[in-house]
Structure formats: structure tokens, C-alpha cells
Ligand binder design. Structure first.
Ligand SMILES: Nc1ncnc2c1ncn2[C@@H]1O[C@H](COP(=O)(O)OP(=O)(O)OP(=O)(O)O)[C@@H](O)[C@H]1O
Ligand SMILES: [Mg+2]
Length: 239
């Protein structure tokens, strides 16, 4: 896998409304293992659709998608891929309110790590990693927004996926808490070599990335390394 991009899309189209709405319009993108890529653009431009394609939560109408060595377009059984290869973080944490923080993390290990005692131990380790060891027995309604989002990140890490996909992970957080959540995601990328793809409207999030993909009307309009986005913009191939 070394010189193969971990995420590879070619000619990806996705339409809704019987083809009248082009959510993705001929998207090409390569993301290398260990990169931190931000996806930005106005509401409705196709950011979540693109992320969902990479997560195999949705299928393109046309095109090729290969992620972590799997051809997502050619396969029917993607459960294994979804379980093993990607960790997802959403704007809303989607935690189960009746389970404790640890139990929410353990849920992601069912069928993969057993016995229960090992899942519990790993759940506690992950909560410790996100700075929540002392909140492990608490249920989500009693946690702050930032704490809940950190539990969601711990859950996304539970399967040791090489790729973390996050859709507006700081969207509901105040700027200080959002920065803490981003510090955590960035640390995972730097220290554990996780490939990180984050959709965000927030420039304080995208400016941390190695690269920013700008989207408009279902297309990637520019693909720029952070630091020189005012100069030397590399136009993405627009077909
Ligand atoms: N399931 C669906 N059915 C119909 N249209 C959809 C569906 N999902 C997305 N769309 C449309 O596809 C386009 C892209 O949507 P998408 O959710 O990817 O945008 P986005 O860039 O994530 O926007 P936002 O920043 O508001 O989250 C929009 O016009 C949206 O209305
Ligand atoms: Mg979206």
C-alpha cells in the first residue's frame, strides 16, 4: 500500500432527484496515508456526499472509489470495510443516551473484540486517550458537548481504523471546545499516523490541515497545500 494513495476517487458522479441535482460532478481526488485533508465549501456543495462515499455509506452513480485497498464500487458486502477501515465522527455525536461513555465506545467493538472484559479495558484506554478517564461511567446527557464529541472520537478509534472521517466535528461546539477536539484529532494524525479527512466551515479547523479541497456545485475547484493557498493554487482537474 506504500505508494498507493489510501483514498482514490476517479470520475465520481452522484445525482439526486432523478438526475436533476448533481451532488458530485466528476470528482477526482487522491489522499495519501497519514495526510490531514480539509474539505470546505458552501452549504449544499457536496461535502457530506463526498465523505459518505469514502465511508461506503453511499454509492456513486459512476466512477471509481478505492479506499484502504478496497474497491468500494465493485463490491456488495461492505460491512467488513465499514467496521474495520474507517472511523466516523459527525456534527452530532450520535451517542446512545442510555449507555455510559465506556459502553458507547465498546459498542463499536462488538463482534471484533471479545470477551467483554477486553472490550471494557480497551474502552477505558480510549477514553483515557481522549482525556475522559474520569467520565467513563457517565451517560451522554450528563456530558458537555465537547466531552460527548470526545467520546465519539474514542468510539471512532475503537476499531483501529487507519482513516478517520469527520463531518463538521466542531460544528456544535464553542471555539475553545472545538479547538480542544481538533487538537485531539490532530494528535491522532501526527502520533498514530491516522489519515484524517475533515469537512468544516470553520477556517480555524481547515487551516490546521496539510491540504484544503475547495468544493463548489459538486466539484473540487481547488486543491491546495495549506500555507500557500493565496499563491500557486493548483487547479483540480475539471474534465
Ligand atoms: N439523500 C438526498 N436526497 C436528495 N438530495 C440530497 C440528498 N443528500 C444530499 N442531497 C443534495 O445534494 C447536494 C449536496 O448535499 P451535501 O449534503 O453533500 O452538501 P454539504 O456540502 O455537505 O452541505 P452542508 O454544508 O449544508 O452540510 C445538496 O443540494 C443536497 O440538497
Ligand atoms: Mg454536510
Amino acid at each position: 500500500m506504500s505508494d498507493q494513495p489510501i483514498i482514490h476517487l476517479r470520475g465520481v458522479f452522484k445525482t439526486y432527484e432523478d438526475g436533476r441535482l448533481r451532488a458530485l460532478d466528476d470528482v477526482d481526488v487522491d489522499i495519501e496515508a497519514g495526510e490531514f485533508v480539509a474539505i470546505v465549501g458552501p452549504s449544499g456543495c457536496g461535502k457530506s456526499t463526498l465523505l459518505n462515499m469514502i465511508a461506503a455509506l453511499d454509492r456513486p452513480d459512476e466512477g471509481t472509489i478505492e479506499v484502504a485497498g478496497h474497491d468500494l464500487t465493485g463490491r456488495r458486502d461492505l460491512d467488513h470495510f465499514r467496521r474495520e477501515d474507517v472511523g466516523l465522527v459527525f456534527q452530532l455525536d450520535n451517542l446512545l443516551p442510555t449507555l455510559t461513555a465506556t459502553e458507547n465506545v465498546e459498542v463499536a467493538m462488538f463482534g471484533r473484540i471479545g470477551p467483554r472484559r477486553r472490550r471494557r479495558q480497551r474502552g477505558l484506554e480510549l477514553l483515557d486517550l481522549v482525556g475522559l478517564a474520569d467520565r467513563a461511567a457517565e451517560r451522554p446527557p450528563k456530558l458537555s458537548g465537547g466531552e460527548r464529541q470526545r467520546v465519539a472520537i474514542a468510539r471512532a478509534l475503537a476499531n483501529e481504523a487507519p482513516i478517520i472521517l469527520a463531518d463538521e466535528p466542531t460544528g456544535r461546539l464553542d471555539s475553545h471546545t472545538g479547538a480542544q477536539v481538533m487538537d485531539l484529532l490532530e494528535r491522532l494524525q501526527r502520533e498514530q499516523g491516522v489519515t484524517l479527512v475533515v469537512v468544516s466551515h470553520d477556517p480555524s479547523v481547515s487551516s490546521r490541515a496539510d491540504r484544503i479541497l475547495h468544493m463548489l456545485d459538486g466539484r473540487i475547484t481547488t486543491d491546495v497545500p495549506v500555507g500557500d493557498d493565496d499563491l500557486a493554487t493548483t487547479p483540480a482537474s475539471t474534465g
